[in-house]
Write a protein that binds this ligand. Sequence first.
Ligand SMILES: [Cu+2]
Length: 281
Amino acid sequence: MRHTTRAALPFATTFVAFTASASDARYNLQTPVTGIAEQIHGMHMLMLLICLVIFVAVFGVMFWSVFKHRKSKGAVAAHFHENTAVEIAWTVVPVLILLGMAYPATKTVIAMKDTSNPDITIKATGYQWMWGYDYLKGEGEGVRFVSMMSTPREQIEGAAAKGPNYLLEVDNPVVVPVGKKIRILTTANDVIHSWWVPAFGVKQDAIPGFIRDTWFRAEQEGVYRGNCAELCGKEHGFMPIEVHVVSAEKYAEWVAAQKKRMAEQAQPAAPQASANPATAG
Ligand SMILES: [Cu+2]
């Protein structure tokens, strides 16, 4: 947002003051925690500003003309057509505006697609209706779990008061270290789902039979929430995504705990494990 407001127009200060007051994300996009989300936020504000300027300019001229040249003042309509200068201006100006919008948008889209050299690669699989996660590469490799919504049914049915993270909480959150490039591979087991975490600026469809990818590098520790963003069936609204961004030490602890849990779970099933190695995974 900072670099867009540098092109400050006289009345832009009011606009900027408004957006600053809306930084609690109640009236705007969620507060960005990745470089990409920051760019998306900046572009959103820039384009809103451009639209506002056009709106004020067009309606200003229109209302001024209607008022100034009204019939009661004896105005007589001019009879002219084909003004070459005006025609060139109303072609060139919109083209320049569109180029001004396309340039930052293209830059961001290209950056969003650059999934090269990740520190950690995680596969997110959409199921009806939960997410499965496999840590494929990097620290934590081999960790896998299923993540289901943990909001109690009583809250959904109105029998209990809604909690603060209503429909946005899970039993097993995704845990990632802060400041590391995380590549997310998305796919699905049944129908199309979509892995969406607004604060990361990430939204990637998960399509059965295909692998798509996206990435993020969270710059701040914290808990970030999203949801499946593809209409995927009757419980589409009940498959949230919860990501915990933690320090490197905490992440190492979490990985150790997960490995221990998986080893314990694999133990009692040992006699069958040889018959079906996938369950020992
Ligand atoms: Cu879904």
